[in-house]
Design a binder for this molecule. Structure first.
Ligand code: ATP
Ligand code: MG
Length: 209
């Protein structure tokens, strides 16, 4: 973390995985803050294919989620978007994401960024020992969730500006004709309206992961 940018031989690349249904300012602030504190050269946003934790039909088409992520990140030269998860058939597992990115970016050290809720989930997975070798994990604070490294020394915890925003809440707001301006980037507000996303009422609000 201490060595200055440009004087080191390996790139430092953040990986921000998510359903991004839709991407919101909580995701963007988390990525930006980790990039700054950990002196990352790049953060790759990776929209999931069908997430194994979420049932089918509950999640918007991958192409919509991918395009909203591109729109939201386009202006930041450090932010990129990968199709690696949406182009892989079947359910998305984080281990596959990290294996693929390691293969595609052998010159980089990976920093996997997760909010407190996702961090707790990862900690609870069985058979996840390989995960910790593929990337350094950075858990970030998220309002309403407790951030805990469970004593692991190879995990970093970082407090980021508190954004009490979730994609579930954004979807519900759209369904109820409430505004999502300033919760998601302007281009994403317009994209949601253009394609009529989330107009159906959310049947299982709060079931989002
Ligand atoms: P949903 O409500 O559909 O589950 P979400 O808002 O949790 O959506 P995800 O795409 O599930 O968004 O989250 C992707 C990653 O971003 C996860 O690691 C999650 O913990 C993190 N994250 C999401 N929102 C925030 C936030 N407001 N602050 C910090 N981290 C966040
Ligand atoms: Mg979630």
């Amino acid at each position: 973390v201490s060595c200055a940018k440009g004087t080191r031989d390996r790139l430092r690349v953040g990986v921000m995985g998510g359903t991004f249904d839709p991407i919101h300012h909580g995701h963007l602030v988390a990525a930006s803050e980790v990039a700054s504190v950990f002196k990352l050269d790049e953060v790759i946003f990776v929209p999931t294919g069908q997430p194994w934790q979420k049932s089918k039909g509950q999640v918007s088409a991958a192409e919509h989620r991918y395009l909203m992520t591109v729109i939201a990140t386009a202006a930041n030269p450090q932010f990129t978007v990968s199709r690696v998860d949406i182009d892989r058939p079947g359910l998305t597992y984080t281990i596959d994401t990290l294996r693929d990115l390691r293969r595609m970016r052998p010159e980089a050290d990976l920093f996997f960024i997760t909010g407190a809720d996702a961090m707790a989930q990862i900690m609870s997975w069985k058979d996840n020992e390989e995960l910790w070798d593929l990337a350094h994990f950075v858990g970030v604070t998220r309002p309403g969730h407790v951030l805990d490294d469970r004593g692991r020394t190879d995990v970093s915890l970082l407090e980021v500006p508190a954004m009490a925003i979730s994609s579930s809440d954004c979807r519900q707001r759209v369904a109820e004709h409430n505004p999502v301006w300033y919760l998601v980037p302007d281009g994403v507000v317009q994209y949601i309206a253009k394609y009529g996303l989330y107009v159906q009422p959310v049947t299982d609000a709060g079931a989002g992961i």
